[in-house]
Design a protein around this ligand. Sequence first.
Ligand code: IMP
Length: 183
Amino acid sequence: MEVIFVTSNEGKYREARAIGEKYGIEVGWIQLEYLEPQGSDLEEIARKSAEMLSKEMSSQFFIEDSGLFIEALKGFPGPYSSYVFKTIGNEGIIKLMDGVEDRGAYFMAVIAYWDGKEVKTFTGRVDGKISEEIRGEHGFGYDPIFEFEGKTFAEMGEEKNEYSHRRRALEKFFEWLSGVCNK
Ligand code: IMP
C-alpha cells in the first residue's frame, strides 16, 4: 500500500520512506509547507494542522510535528521549537542552560494521519540531555546539542535514526497501518 507524507523537509521524508520499506509500505511525498496553528500542545497542533490541510487534499496523508522539551525550562521550547531555533538557535539554548545542573531533555514527534474522515495521532519520544557545548557535523536543528548515550545526535549521523523520536512515532504508525490494511 501507499501513503502520502506531506512535509517540506526532505530529511524527514527520507527517514519515513526507509522505515516504511520495512513494513512493505510505500511512502509518497508531497513537498509542501502548510499552516500550523499556535498552541501549547504538540499533539493538538499536529491534529489541527492535519484537519486544516485535509480540506486541500483528495487522498489520505500524514504529517509530522516535533519539538525539543527541556526539563529545567519546564518543557521550553516544546511547541515553539521551530521559532526558538530560528531566533536564538543552539547558541542561545546553551547560554540559557549555563550553570544549570539538570540537563535532562527529550524530543517528541507526533504523526497525524488523515484517513479521509478523521485524524489519528501517534507519538514517539527519545530521552537525553542538553550537551555542555555544540558538537557534531551531521543532522539538523537541535541535533548538535542533544546528547544521547554520550554522543550528540549530530555526532551520530545515520545511527541517530535508530533511536529518534520520529522513528518511534513512525514505527507505531506503520504497525497500526499494516494491521488495519491486513484486516
Ligand atoms: P518541525 O516539526 O519541523 O516544526 O520542527 C520543530 C523544530 O524542532 C525545528 O526547529 C527542527 O529543527 C527541530 N527538530 C525537529 N526534529 C528534530 C531532530 O530530529 N533533530 C534536531 N532538531 C529537530
